[in-house]
Design a binder for this molecule. Structure first.
Ligand code: ADP
Ligand code: ZN
Ligand code: ZN
Length: 748
């Protein structure tokens, strides 16, 4: 007989008004069925709604508590760990508790149903299929194509879905072939198909570690039995980090513990998925947004029931219900996608750290360009730095050449391509090799740049670029609000060649097509790609050499291997350098390093050409010489001087409204309330900046104003700020929204 008579629950309603536990009486007959984490049905006002038990009490805290109506599932849907974690997330990242609980629930909550898919298995020898395919090609092309594809598939066959895509065939063609006895159609549960498909080979099972890998491995192994369990693995692209991750996961499985493996985006890492499903066949779950909800639910359940011991997934998988975690790996730890844009605006790294501490697990963060945040922690000895500075097998990083566009300008070349890049493209095309042209970002943001000296106009007090606005024409700082007229001549060298600058991929595409009319060109950016899978289609078309030039934004920089690419050209390295964001230098370095890693992955040596008006910039120089360590020193120094993260923390408030004046007014009001509360708590007035119009001043028809609170140990004041926020939201009139982002990665 349990003695707890009351349960505290969080209601499944996203609203400030109910963002706190409510107490309910547990009726006698339910007492054995409820515990912390159980989902129950409760009466609230005149409705019945779901709620999650977060605590148990013996005494009532209010009079006349109402009764729980029923339990929704017999087992607690939330592990105790997630009750604690969700609370922590909600406080740290300013969300409601229920929003954080939602992160811990199964995807597509409750809609469990295994979906079956058709799988096509060949019934005859490949040779016979090929023969028949030749015979019927003229009369029945689709059938011929099906046979052709089946002939090269392995004995497990192909999913109909895939076959349909590859051949354009309809069901009728398939049925005809079945009638003729070439194949059979089988129904297979979908999740088993997609995950165990490649479970055959245990790729690279017996790779012998290089000397460097071995050294790193010894350190990681030590971590399993010592209190120093956090590692930052800085390893250049292609240095064999993945092999270490896999080995570490094998190690924890041997100990009977589980492993969580996080990547920035599943779609961009097909090789890693293959390697994991290969090595951990049968104990592996993939949490992937492109699976259907039912499938994702099945995967989630496998994890919760302890059938899957290794989980691979993107950001949200950090909430996977693994028990007894021994290892958390976070690959490409510097990536922005690890931070969620919507409430709760959590950072995966923070959650991973929390969980690693909870389970006493090893946390292994890896990157070729680690974030400043993580790097700084290695200095403070909270995290141990491990290094891989070579590629196994003596392969080399590509040579990088920086082209000074100021010189091109002086030589009257006002086009997009320098002579050097133009010539290199021609040579590459004539050798029938491929080119990637990279543009840093879809240039929505402009700035004033002098084409003589390369200087970009900066805010006098914030060390970020001033953003150029055309209506009415002016320059503005989006951190502090400073505003001034545009320059007619360069404030640095007095030349008149000062222009507003901002270049888009479409413009590049147009120019490429006119200069290289016979080359096949593909453009890839989020404008050009809509719809699921469009991205992969473009990439595979390029890999199959259906085009020789790929133009793209940062999407092309990610984990893909194109063995045919021997030239990577960066059109304008400056565009991301001059975003009004103090992380612009870091991001530029990361992007350039990554994009440089795309060249020369195959047999041929690769070549990288970076065009820039600021060849002297430390981000560009360091990326060109593959010199992370000198970059990081420089960048850390700068941040320290201006007290930017990681030397401080930032809380960014965003006030928005469909009416500009309303957004501005409410931001001003909020700031004064903030000052009123915080100044007595020893916060100095210059730690609270703004309000200023956000760099993206209007999004979805809402005007946006920013207030910035920047300082050390902000969390000590979070409780006060949270209360202020609640009151403010309740009292503000009209359609005004206030959101808060702790340590935002984007200041736009
Ligand atoms: P990273 O993740 O650091 O970018 P990968 O793990 O993808 O690098 O490794 C790059 C390549 O090197 C892969 O093809 C991998 O199979 C190979 N590789 C890794 N370790 C070794 C090793 N010890 N000996 C030979 N090849 C290796
Ligand atoms: Zn100048
Ligand atoms: Zn400023």
């Amino acid at each position: 007989m349990k003695e707890d008579l009351y349960a505290q629950v969080i209601l499944d309603l996203v609203s400030d008004a109910v963002d706190k536990p409510f107490q309910y009486f547990i009726p006698e007959e339910l007492r054995d069925q409820v515990e912390i984490g159980t989902r129950v049905l409760v009466p609230f006002r005149s409705k019945k709604i779901n709620a999650y038990i977060v605590a148990m009490d013996r005494e009532p805290v209010v009079k006349n508590t109402r009764e729980i109506i029923n339990v929704v599932e017999n087992n607690p849907i939330l592990l105790q760990e997630f009750v604690e974690l969700s609370y922590w997330v909600s406080r740290r990242f300013f969300s409601r508790w229920i929003e954080a609980i939602h992160l811990c629930l199964p995807p597509g909550d409750g809609s469990s149903k295994t979906k079956y898919v058709d799988y096509i298995m060949p019934l005859v020898q490949p040779r016979i299929m090929i023969e028949e395919s030749e015979n019927i090609k003229k009369k029945a092309l689709r059938q011929a194509l099906i046979l052709e594809h089946l002939a090269v598939a392995d004995e497990k066959g192909l999913s109909w879905e895939e076959l349909k895509k590859k051949t354009g065939a309809g069901r009728q063609s398939l049925l005809s072939l079945r009638e003729k006895g070439f194949l059979k159609i089988q129904q297979v549960p979908h999740n088993r198909v997609s995950l165990e498909e490649s479970a055959c080979c245990g790729i690279n099972m017996n790779l012998k570690f290089s000397v460097q890998q071995q050294k790193v491995w010894e350190e990681i192994k030590k971590g399993f039995s010592s209190p120093e369990k956090q590692f930052l693995l800085y390893g250049i692209t292609g240095s064999g980090k993945t092999e270490l991750y896999l080995r570490a996961a094998e190690e924890v499985l041997k100990e009977g513990r589980t492993a969580l493996f996080l990547v920035p985006e599943i779609a961009l890492t097909p090789q890693i998925v293959e390697q994991f499903s290969g090595r951990f066949a049968g104990k592996f779950a993939l949490l992937h947004s492109s699976l259907s909800q039912g499938e994702r639910y099945d995967q989630w359940l496998k994890v919760k029931n302890g059938e899957a011991l290794v989980v691979l997934g993107a950001r949200s998988s950090v909430f996977a219900p693994l028990k007894n975690i021994g290892l958390i790996v976070m690959d490409e730890e510097h990536e922005n996608t690890y931070k969620q844009d919507d409430s709760p605006r959590y950072h995966t790294r923070d959650v991973a750290k929390w969980r690693a501490a909870y389970h006493d697990a090893v946390l292994l963060m890896g990157s070729a360009t680690p974030s400043l945040e993580s790097y700084l922690e290695t200095r403070n000895k909270k995290v141990k730095l491990l290094q891989l500075t070579e590629r196994p097998g003596g392969r080399h990083l590509p040579k990088v050449q920086v082209v000074d566009m100021r010189r091109e300008f002086k030589n009257r070349n006002k086009g997009i391509f320098s002579h050097t890049l133009w010539k290199a493209i021609n040579e590459t095309l004539s050798r029938d090799e491929q080119v990637i042209l990279f543009l840093n970002r879809r240039g929505f943001s402009s700035f004033q740049l002098c084409r003589q000296c390369g200087c970009v106009v900066q805010c006098p007090s914030c060390s970020v670029s001033l953003t150029y606005h055309s209506f009415p024409e002016h320059l503005q700082c989006h951190y502090c609000g400073y505003r001034r007229t545009t320059f007619d001549s360069c404030p640095n060298c007095k030349s008149l060649s000062i222009r507003s600058f901002g270049l888009g991929t479409q413009k590049v595409e147009k120019e490429v097509k006119s200069i290289f009319p016979t080359a096949g060109v593909i453009r890839m950016d989020s404008d050009a790609l809509t719809g699921k899978g469009a991205y992969l289609k473009v990439l595979s078309a390029f890999k199959e050499k259906k085009a020789s030039i790929l133009i793209g934004t940062q999407m092309v920089a990610k984990g893909f291997d194109f063995p045919g690419v021997t030239l990577v050209g960066v059109i304008a390295a400056d565009t991301s350098l001059h975003l009004p964001d103090f992380r612009a230098g870091e991001r530029t370095f990361q992007l350039l390093s990554q994009v440089a890693g795309r060249a020369g992955r195959g047999e041929q040596e690769g070549r990288v050409i970076i065009q820039t008006f600021t060849p002297w910039h430390y981000s560009i120089k360091a990326a060109a010489s593959h010199d992370y360590l000198s970059f990081i020193e420089e960048e850390l120094n700068r941040r320290k001087q201006l007290l930017y993260p990681p030397f401080s923390e930032i809380l960014l408030f965003n006030c928005s409204s469909p009416h500009q004046s309303k957004a501005k007014e409410s931001a001003e009001k909020f700031k004064s309330l903030l000052m009123e509360r915080l100044l007595p708590l020893n916060v100095s007035a210059d730690e609270i900046l703004g309000p200023s119009p956000a760099p993206l001043e209007k999004v979805k028809d809402r005007f946006r104003y920013h207030i910035l609170y920047k300082g050390a140990h902000l969390e000590r004041n979070f409780k006060v700020i949270r209360e202020l926020l609640h009151t403010f939201r309740r009292e503000i009139k009209g359609d005004v929204r206030v959101t808060v982002d702790f340590n935002p990665l984007m200041m736009l």
